[in-house]
Design a protein around this ligand. Structure first.
Ligand code: ADP
Length: 390
């Protein structure tokens, strides 16, 4: 058990050269695509990274591919050198401490099991290296196998296991070491959707059983939202926002976070913030509507002037307005997807695809269970939860 402190951490991958040219070049090309900073020294994969992780906290690092998540995790593990900054595990600064002496265990996306060893041997390996007595190894492996429900596979080789079972073994191998910190790098991304959901639930249970600090990397916002006590949203090597899943969902710090967290994705409109006698209002495509009181109060306190803004509204927060309501934005249904309890409408607003989630029950109440292609609708934003980005 331990807290982890990251102080102003930076990672620069030096420019490629010499024998490893080919591989590094490919990585640098990746960096160019993802808008990472490239300096004379090299690719800046992570910078200005500050985070205090509490003992037993479950932290999720989330962001698109190439944003620096794995680099950060690998620096914590000691598999990658830290270019600048300080890393503490417990009370010790560990920048120069060997991986094996950091008291951490890492679970990789590709499981990284030894193919020639049985499940038992795979799980026992690290303990054997530590010269732990045989009986104790047996007890620890048995205990971990029970937690993960893999006792019946202990004699099998990895190739005789399914993907989900292999991932359990990989996690089991980490558990037996009883590390101070668990590091997990996209542990579920090689599993199919159903198994991924199942394993996600297992990780929540595992966390309750082992009760230690977790740092978990994923590009999947659903995993981040369901697993993290707090989530750290990253993009282009920088932290974009740190908060509980609810905080990040309700109050995204910028357009990137707003678009990344939440599914279906938030809709964005170019809009104008207006200020008049009756308070603040917003105009989208020439249609003007009022803002909820909470938003009004915030704008008043900050004395925000009229300006061009981007308005964000989640698909669940758009309502279908009345035909004759002038305060609604007109749209045309392009596609209607029945999802069971809700209908996902893709609608065209002046050439822009806007997604609306309509509860199926509401649609049926209003006699609109069939939203057909080409049907004209009105979208109501007024008084709804909206996000304003200046
Ligand atoms: P993520 O885990 O978020 O997908 P990574 O941490 O793997 O991102 O990579 C961050 C950036 O650093 C990427 O642009 C990647 O191309 C670059 N990168 C990763 N490893 C190397 C390396 N060994 N040499 C050069 N660039 C690298």
């Amino acid at each position: 058990m331990a807290n982890v402190i990251l102080k102003n951490i930076k990672k620069v991958y030096p420019h490629a050269g010499g024998a490893v040219k080919k591989k590094k070049r490919t990585k640098e090309e990746g960096a160019k695509k993802s808008n990472l900073q490239i300096t004379e020294q090299g690719v800046v994969a992570v910078q200005a990274f500050n985070l205090d992780i509490a003992d037993k906290e479950f932290i999720v690092l989330v962001g698109p591919s190439g944003c620096g998540k794995s680099t950060l995790l690998r620096m914590i593990a000691g598999l990658e050198e830290i270019t600048e900054g300080e890393l503490y595990i417990g009370d010790n600064m560990v920048n120069d401490v060997e991986p094996k002496n950091r008291d951490i265990a890492m679970v990789f996306q590709n499981y990284a099991l030894y193919p020639h060893m049985t499940v038992f041997e795979n799980m026992a390996f690290a303990l054997k290296l530590r010269k732990i007595p045989k009986d104790e190894i047996k007890r620890k492996v048995q205990e971990a196998a029970e937690i993960l429900d893999i006792t019946e596979y202990l004699d099998r080789k990895p190739k005789a296991l399914s993907g989900g079972q292999r991932q359990r073994v990989a996690i089991g191998r980490a558990i037996v070491r009883q590390p101070q910190v668990f590091l997990m790098d996209e542990p579920l991304s090689n599993l199919d959707a159903k198994l991924r959901n199942q394993m996600r639930a297992e990780i929540i249970k595992l966390r309750q059983k082992v009760d230690t600090t977790f740092i978990y990397v994923t590009h999947d916002q659903t995993e981040a939202m369901t697993l993290g006590d707090r989530i750290v949203v990253m993009n282009d090597g920088f932290i974009q926002q740190i908060g509980t899943p609810q905080e990040v969902f309700d109050h995204p710090a910028n357009i990137f976070v707003a678009g990344f967290i939440g599914s279906p994705q938030m809709n964005f409109f170019d809009a104008k913030l207006l200020r008049g006698g009756e308070g603040y209002s917003v105009s989208v495509n020439g249609v003007r509507f009022g803002l909820p009181e909470e938003k009004q109060a915030l704008l008043r306190t900050r004395d925000v002037p009229e300006q061009e803004i981007v308005l964000g509204i989640r698909p669940e927060h758009i309502t279908i307005g009345r035909e004759d309501d002038d305060a609604c934005v007109p749209a045309v249904v392009d596609l209607s997807e029945m999802m069971g309890t809700s209908i996902h409408l893709h609608a065209d607003v002046n050439g822009k695809d806007v997604v609306v989630v309509v509860p199926t029950a509401d649609a049926q109440d209003e006699g609109r269970s069939a939203f057909t292609h080409g049907m004209g609708i009105k979208m109501e934003f007024g008084g709804n939860v909206v996000h304003l980005f200046g």
